[in-house]
Design a protein around this ligand. Structure first.
Ligand code: GDP
Ligand code: IMO
Ligand code: MG
Length: 467
């Protein structure tokens, strides 16, 4: 048994990081997507970074694409938290993520080339985060190719429409354990070589079974390549769980940045058309080691309409000119893959479900400017099942959503304005009425309204230290 002295040694520097009333009031915030991704989380994280100290990614990998527009410059972030543009803040890639180390190095170099500070002090990567290896991307693509060729009746192709960034296969290995590599393993070449001997043998056979014709994987070559990557990333790789608890104990405030979104959550989304992590707020404790009791503000990010990339059910999808109009006005093309996003009306049934699931205390309604100029707008307030019965409860299952018809409420539109509103009260009356209807349905306040992509184009109920 460990003696008490040893146990103390492993405790965070100050025991105030326990969930005491004091720590609960220290201002830790979570930002999570309430739809199927691309709600503008990156922009809102950037805005909120001004009044937080540590910005933490807890899930996903390079499947995320978060856009920040600041002072006329556009940044697309995939693995590095959107707080990185503030040089004095600390960014953390938590243990719940899957890290493609070559991608993260590429992202770091691109940011540095634009004058953004990225070093071992302001970017920390969990030593327990799992590594996306090259074969994960090959497996992802090969499985998608195979599934694209298989159709199941009216349901069409069985492909998920993944980003092909190796996310599913990397998380599968995490759960399988014996074939996984973690960031800390990259710092220990002999241990890495030992593991890769087994993994390369098994993986070569699996890739061949999936129809990927390649040379058998050479464990020594892979070890050399990834040990070199490990040396490059060594200044960043650390035990982020203790680092976060130390930060809490020092009175610093944390901002958790969700990637992907609640309706893509592996347990609670439209399974199987989901991603492979808990991307709702429920993923934060496991993905960072910070218990949920530390988070007292959960800001759900909701587009003023709906979009989805990839396959899967989308009850309010518009396969017509209105959908095209939303796509063009909102520039709805993927940040990661460039794919056109599927567009549709706001689905309040779905968003009320994800608000509940994430414990959202407030909502940021983004891309609100995109809705200006429509004569009328629709919001989905209930679902009609194929047997004619109605429900206002979301059905988090692709099969369960088959044949669901949206029941709409129609709201009057508002004209495009040449002068942007300075605050919510300055919006046209019908625009305010739209926001009020959404608040009434969701039962939580809209704390921010996005009226353009720039960080300054954000109407905020309370000042957050930006324009
Ligand atoms: P994320 O993945 O949730 O961070 O969102 P993405 O960055 O993938 O997609 C959101 C897109 O909308 C990006 O192009 C943003 O620059 C843009 N955007 C964010 N907020 C607003 C807004 O309020 N209005 C407009 N017009 N664009 C916005
Ligand atoms: P951000 O953080 C939009 C979708 C993919 C696909 C499914 C599974 O930018 O909001 P995966 O590659 O994760 O195995 O793909 O999930 N998807 C996203 N869609 N935005 C994202 O991230 C997404 N991350 C995953 O399109 O349908
Ligand atoms: Mg995105």
């Amino acid at each position: 048994m460990a003696c008490i002295a040893n146990i103390r040694h492993f405790m965070p520097r100050n025991s105030a990081s326990a969930c005491s009333p004091t720590s609960q009031t220290s201002g830790h915030t979570a930002v999570v997507g309430l739809q199927w991704g691309d709600e503008g989380k990156g922009k809102i994280v950037d805005v909120l970074t001004a009044r937080h100290d540590v910005i933490v990614r807890y899930n996903g990998g390079a499947n995320a694409g978060h856009t920040v527009v600041a002072e006329g410059q556009k940044y697309a972030l995939h693995l590095i938290p959107s707080g990185i543009l503030y040089p004095e803040k600390t960014c953390v890639i938590g243990n719940g993520t899957v890290v493609d180390p070559e991608k993260v190095i590429d992202e770091m170099e691109k940011l540095r080339a634009r004058g953004i500070r990225v070093d071992g002090t302001n970017l920390k990567i969990s030593d327990r985060a799992h590594v996306v290896m090259p074969w994960h991307k090959e497996q992802d693509a090969a499985l998608e190719e195979y599934l694209s060729s298989v159709t199941a009746g009216q349901r069409g192709s069985l492909a998920i429409g993944t980003t092909r960034r190796g996310i599913g296969p990397a998380y599968s290995d995490k759960v399988r354990r014996s074939t996984a590599i973690r960031m800390r393993d990259l710092l220990d070449p002999e241990y890495l070589r030992e593991r890769l001997r087994v993994i390369c043998k098994l993986r070569s056979a699996e890739l061949e079974a999936l129809g990927v014709k390649a040379q058998p994987l050479d464990p020594d070559a892979v070890t050399d390549r990834y040990a070199a990557i490990g040396m490059q990333l060594a200044p960043h790789i650390t035990d982020t769980v203790f680092a976060l608890h130390d930060a809490i104990a020092e009175g610093k405030s944390l901002l958790f940045e969700g990637a992907n979104a609640a309706l893509l959550d592996i347990d609670h989304g439209t399974y199987p058309y989901v991603t492979s992590s808990n991307c709702s707020a429920l993923g934060i404790p496991a993905g960072t080691g910070v218990p949920g009791c530390h988070i007292h503000r959960v800001l759900g990010i909701m587009k003023a309409y709906s979009t989805r990339v990839g396959g899967g059910p989308f009850p309010t999808e518009l396969l017509d000119e209105t959908g095209d109009r939303i796509r063009e006005r909102g520039r709805e093309y993927g940040t990661t893959t460039g794919r056109p996003r599927r567009c549709g009306w706001l689905d309040l049934v779905a968003v009320r479900y994800s608000t509940m699931l994430c414990g959202a205390t407030g909502v940021a309604c983004t891309l609100f400017d995109v809705l200006a100029g429509f004569e009328e707008l629709k919001v989905c307030v209930a679902y009609r099942r194929p047997d004619g019965s109605m429900t206002d409860r979301f059905i988090p299952d692709a099969r369960g959503l088959e044949g669901i018809e949206p029941v709409y409420e129609t709201l009057p539109g508002w004209p495009e304005s040449s002068t942007p509103a300075a605050n919510r009260n300055a919006l046209p009356a019908n625009a305010r009425a739209y926001l009020e209807r959404v608040e009434a349905y969701l039962g939580v306040p809209i704390e921010m309204v996005g009226i353009g992509p720039d960080r300054a184009q954000t109407l905020v109920r309370e000042p957050v230290g930006c324009g």
